[in-house]
Design a protein around this ligand. Sequence first.
Ligand code: NAP
Length: 253
Amino acid sequence: MSAVDAARPLAGRRAVVTGGGAGIGFACARLLAERGAEVVLLGRASVEAGAESLRAEGHAVGTVRCDLSDPDETRRVADELAAGERVDILVNNAGIIHREPAVDHSREGWRRVLDVNLDAVWTLTQALGRGMVERGDGRIVTIASLLSFQGGINVVSYAASKHAVVGMTKTLANEWSAAGVTVNCVAPGYIATDNTAALRADGKRGREIRERIPAGRWGEPSDIAGAVAFLAGPDAAYVNGHVLVVDGGWLAR
Ligand code: NAP
């Protein structure tokens, strides 16, 4: 990267954010755009509303429709993106959770979680990472979880997928760092999004979680966006294969 504008360190960079229409992904897309990146939101119908909001704020935003639970569609979209305009930054954010005890955990639930949280991440990362390696420049940030470190209960497919993206990230860091491509994860703690609405609505459980967080509050999507923008930007050029935990201190407890 050449001279960096401190206010807009991502100017001239093109970023793809999966699931960028809502929650953490939307906050990431907005901050990357504020820092100068041209952003493409990749996902289902919700990306259109997200893009409209960002355009209303004056940002250059595109959309690509893709259901990441469909492996064939994901492969096609990944190949089209790889053959199209340069992508400098990939944020693998889209993710789902399936809650069901392990003894009954359905094959369908397992498959869907692994398709969205792992297989689609790999398909996009390989397709877009190849071009980054060839150009000698690129940033890949995948949203992991506290369940990249812990097991949780009733979420075996989710924990498996979130452990797996960390392993993938470390291998790719080993293979791609010398080519100027950094590959890292951000592991959010408990963040107030649709994903956690039911937990927060459960007064007792929601309060127990908050009281266990050293920071004394649930995280906001913007807390995660700051870490993602750091890893996607010039200040993180020498950060490779790292999992940046952003959890208000939860894991330290
Ligand atoms: P969210 O509000 O439910 O957002 C999930 C995003 O993923 C949405 O934009 C959604 O788009 C997209 N998505 C889901 N299924 C998709 C599919 N089949 N194809 C394309 N896009 C799909 O959840 P969030 O909390 O922001 O989660 C974002 C990431 O953070 C996930 O990887 C999650 O595992 C991780 N995370 C969240 C927390 C937390 O406390 N919130 C903690 C740890 C990790 P649609 O609305 O169009 O489906």
